[in-house]
Design a protein around this ligand. Structure first.
Ligand SMILES: [Zn+2]
Length: 80
């Protein structure tokens, strides 16, 4: 009999926790009215291979570069 009471209390606690959790979720959704920022696509510097956000990259000759120096650098850098 004591086991039944314990189970009932446990279920009751679970229900209360779930209700609170749901309420918290609703409040969070309501509070954050702004849209999620889309994740910016990353591009790779054609010279050194470093990954940078597309808006921070420099575009030239159909490639992305991390900085002006790499943009101005000759393309065939691996030629020794
Ligand atoms: Zn670079």
């Amino acid at each position: 009999m004591a086991k039944l009471i314990l189970i009932a209390i446990a279920l009751w606690l679970i229900i209360i926790v779930l209700k609170r959790y749901r309420k918290g979720m609703d409040q969070q959704e309501g509070a954050s009215g702004k849209e999620r920022q889309p994740t910016e696509s990353m591009v790779q510097c054609a010279y050194c291979g470093v990954h940078i956000p597309e808006s921070d990259s420099l575009k030239a000759r159909g490639h992305h570069f991390c900085c002006q120096a790499h943009m101005d650098a000759p393309e065939d850098v691996n030629d020794n």
